[in-house]
Design a protein. Sequence first.
Lengths: 309, 116
Amino acid sequence: MSEDPYATLGVGREASQDEIKRRYRKLAKELHPDLNPDKEVAERFKQITAAYDLLSDPEKRAKYDRGEIDASGQERPQYQYYRDFAEDPQATRFYTQEGFGDADSLHDLFEGLFGGRGAAEGRRGFRMRARGADVSYSLPISFLEAAKGAKKRVTVADGRTIDLTIPAGVQDRQTLRLKGQGMPGFEGGPPGDAYVEVHIQPHPFFERKNGNIHLELPITLAEAVLGGKVEVPTIDGPVTMTVPKGSNTGTTLRLKGRGIVDPKTGQRGDQYVKLKVMLPKTIDPELEDFVRRWSAEHPYNPRAEMVGA
Amino acid sequence: MKTLSEVVLAVGRADRVEISRWVELGWVAPQGRRGAEPAFSDLDVARLCLICDLRHDLEVEEEIMPLVLSLLDQVYTLRRQLGALTGAIQEQPDDIRRAILDRLAKPREPRGGGRG
């Protein structure tokens, strides 16, 4: 190497040791012959390595800066790249990802791929065991099937029927794997797998948030004012719930343990019931008269907090 | 074939302890023996130089090294296999070589063998 080592690395003469190191590392990542198969990079890598060996040693660098030594003769002795060995077609031993290999394994590989010489000479029949292809389906299921689990019978592309168990608490778009239910294998190979993606249909009044179920429950004016027992639908059927006296629209009550079972933890979520006060469909004169009289004597402002907003 | 002491001199950038550790970790697997000591081939020495480059110059962390070496070994295995395949094709009669080249020039068509 006779070139200026600073120019080779592309750093200034005042560059710190740290800068030189960073710059070398960056170039080496691009140019290392074992990381970059391009044959032309090898010579350039040799140059930057020689430049780095000179400049990374503060003593040598100082001598070079004072003109006491030149940049020649800095190449690493006998720098032989691993690639030269690893790619040598004459090599009889080499490293593989499993450890050590020898040249015969190439023959084995191609014999496996093509049926090999044995097949050509008729000593062995052509065999190519292969696993069957995987198939995927999407399956619409109801909200309740997803919440409580279900057994479904589905017909797959080649006409077979598969009995499929939907686990309770399955998530929307979750994929269930049916081992061995895909396409048959070839020449004794194992069959592929079937993948079923479930699509949960929305429910008219249940709504699922994580493991909990949310429901809006209409109540009468009397139930809101006086309180009382009401029947609430849950995924396991109706249950009786007590509405406290003076409940308003938006009041949310919790039915513990009426949600969805988490298939991983086995824990069951809750059902949240949000009340919605409903007036009768028609306001009869009696109700109208009563409210008029009552409100004249009991004025209140539910919008008080909005004043000034 | 070199002994560990000779290897330390040849590599020049790693000491006995470090090289022994790399052997212990399975990054280098000297297959030769000289007496009771392992003996390193030129292939092993070149691999040690590569490991020095990666560990010292490029500062690849020790936990990442098996991944890097495994990927490199896979690439070299593939390149050797591809080289052997190319060699085997070159030994074939002209018409067979031409048929293979023509096929490679065509865009790849999906292969049969399964639905889905």
